[in-house]
Design a protein around this ligand. Sequence first.
Ligand code: BJW
Ligand code: ZN
Length: 250
Amino acid sequence: MSEAPSLPAGLVDAVRNASRIAAMTGAGISADSGIPTFRDALSGLWAHYDPSELATPEAFERDPSRVTRWYDERRCQAERCTPNAGHTALATLERRCRETGRRFTLITQNVDRLHQRAGSENVLELHGSLCRWRCTACGEERETWGEVFETYPPLCGCGGPRRPGVVWFGETLPRETIRGAQEAVAECDLFLSIGTSGAVMPAAALIADAKASWATVVEVNPHPTRYASWLDYAVAGRGADVLPALADAV
Ligand code: BJW
Ligand code: ZN
């Protein structure tokens, strides 16, 4: 990891004085754990595929074997990776907020479960999880942590094919989860947008929603996004470097 960037004094004060913090993470926070971001080129056997064409219900209908193999590889990769200092800092932030009577909500677009493994307790998973698989015939859902699949797609006891419990393009987000996220954003006085390109709706709309409700809005990303120019602070750095310094401010 590189040196922690020094944070502007105004940002440190904003973090210190916030009483309701909402943080939204994207794939970038897990890049420091070795998980490629969604828009990074795919490698190996998958080098010729576009991830946005595999992450659709149409792709699963066309070729359930290919799509479930891709998700299973990613599930196994996530299981092998460990949370980094950025994940840990967010778990620390949650704990410190709880101890000091402040509210902290972690909203993630990630499906890799690294936040929970770092100790975050209150996590809203907007796009589901690589670990939950759902039968497309009877709807039964199960956690598949550490499980070895024998077929692609894996099969349910009822004989139906299982699909990953993630939200694909064109599908709606779990209603209670997006509602919880919108409420946390409407109430927060500090919003952190971490490691996301902000390209995918409706998650990306939460950034503008936070600004519209007068929160101090902060981006943490080594490559400033399209939002950077109108946010309160755009910290150009990696999550694993910047977030520990932010957590120390609380
Ligand atoms: C670092 C770093 C380091 C690197 N530290 N940072 C309105 C307008 C236009 C279109 C739509 C709209 N509303 C809905 C749509 C359609 C669609 C959509 O948004 N399309 C866009 C492409 C335009 N949205 C949907 O279909 C959603 N459903 C929906 O809205 O239903 C109602 C509806 C449907 C249709 C029409 C209208 C309404 C569902 C979206 C589900 C997204 N699912 C995915 C796949 C999940 C499973 C899987 O992983 O395979 O979720 S897509 C993919 O993108 C994944 C991610 O969670 C999500 C966001 O990506 P993220 O996290 O931002 O990653 P990257 O790779 O883009 O960026 C990484 C960032 O990290 C970069 O900025 C780096 O610089 C940075 N970084 N290293 C910090 N060390
Ligand atoms: Zn079933």
